[in-house]
Design a protein around this ligand. Structure first.
Ligand code: ADP
Length: 290
């Protein structure tokens, strides 16, 4: 069991399951509604919590949605002592349209909350952790956090999730040991394949192992120094029920595999298997490391 610190957001997800994605300006009735905790870093910690001791560092608001989020984190034994607590405000909310016909998820996100600052982060004793995972957001402070980690604990492995294109996000790439890219990010950069992207990005991140999940086509990875690009196919479940958090599950499985010292090819396969399993069930409770 390793001690993992995850830095990022927790949200309240309001998930409406619909038969088909609605056309604009139409009115549809949902098949069912589920309200639960979400957010990339906390989703990844939730999956990791079955095998590891996890801590979340983020901003938490003491309000009813915050309480609901806290209950879920506590149910997964995720420690929240490193959070910044705000007495007023609103937790971020994601309004999610889950299309039952193909499992796609369309997200409308509301956020009006300060980010975790570098001062908050510097107050954490990093010697208590075996791994730090960060979201690629709040770029100026995340860059300082990465430098702080490598100054304080040079041996502490760090992974960074790069999901959304953001100004200057490439400034973060030269520090983490592991970079976890989304297909959306890669395509937004103008690349049609993970392989071409890895080749282009390698100069900016020669120190890092690179991973990229590619939806129903599986995932790609490359070890350092840049060598053959590995690919693992997706593992489609009998029925795609819920793809929300598939990428977060993939990331959790990669971190778990690296902590176990497995080979990159094995990690890629097991991460795709776990993410596929996740697509076959609602939420994360049916997702198990083998
Ligand atoms: P995100 O959650 O960021 O949209 P992806 O869509 O890239 O992430 O999916 C992450 C991983 O989940 C993929 O690498 C794949 O292994 C798995 N996955 C995603 N969609 C499917 C699917 N329809 N069937 C099987 N596996 C899937």
């Amino acid at each position: 069991m390793s001690r993992i610190l995850g830095v990022g957001i927790a949200t309240l997800d309001i998930i409406n399951r619909v038969a088909d994605y609605p056309t604009e300006d139409s009115e549809v009735r949902v098949l069912s509604q589920r309200v639960c905790r979400g957010g990339n870093a906390t989703n990844t910690l939730t999956v990791l919590s079955q095998a590891h001791q996890c801590s979340w560092a983020g901003v938490w608001v003491d309000e009813p949605d915050g309480q609901r989020i806290l209950e879920d984190l506590q149910a997964h034994q995720i420690d929240v002592q490193h959070c910044r607590i705000l007495p007023q405000g609103k937790m971020p909310t994601s309004y999610i349209c889950l299309n039952q016909s193909n499992g796609s998820r369309t997200i409308v996100h509301h956020r009006d909350l300060p980010e975790l600052s570098i001062a908050d982060f510097q107050a954490i004793d990093l010697s208590a952790f075996d791994w730090v995972h960060l979201e690629g957001r709040n770029i100026p402070d995340t860059l300082k956090m990465l430098h702080h980690i490598k100054q304080q604990q040079p041996q502490l492995p760090v992974s960074l999730e790069v999901e959304k294109p953001r100004d200057d996000i490439e400034r973060l790439f030269s520090i983490p040991d592991v970079l976890l890219f989304s297909r959306h990010f890669v395509q937004h950069q103008g690349f049609s394949s993970a392989k071409a992207f890895f080749t282009a990005i390698h100069q900016q991140a020669p120190q890092a192992m690179l991973f990229c999940a590619w939806g129903e086509q599986g995932a790609y990875a490359v070890q350092k120094p840049l060598s053959r690009v590995l690919h693992a196919p997706a593992y489609p479940p009998a029925q795609v029920v819920d793809t929300l958090g598939a990428g977060d599950t993939f990331n959790a499985a990669v971190i778990h595999g690296l902590l176990q010292g497995r080979t990159t090819s094995d990690i890629l396969q097991t991460a795709c298997r776990l993410a596929g399993e996740k697509c076959g069930c609602l939420g994360f409770d049916g997702v198990h490391f083998t």
